[in-house]
Design a protein. Sequence first.
Length: 95
Amino acid sequence: MPSAEKISITMTGDMLRTIRDSVEAGEYASTSEALRDAVRVWQRQRLEDAERLAAIRARVNRSLDDPRPDLDAGEVEDRIATLAAQLTVPSRRDA
């Protein structure tokens, strides 16, 4: 286990009450354990956010590098309308 360092933090009463309630309910052995878990969740979320952002950037870069000509607004609307029409499934009343 990596070395631990004791820190002091300030949090709202609601936050502290939530943590203490979780400890009292047996979800965690201590407030420290609950906070370590919260930091792990935060770290995982940051990593997932970074991965999503990298994927978005890659898609934008592929789009910018695409040699095909740009579409004007009318062409985009026409393509969207075509796709929407293809996705429309007739209801039983229409059949």
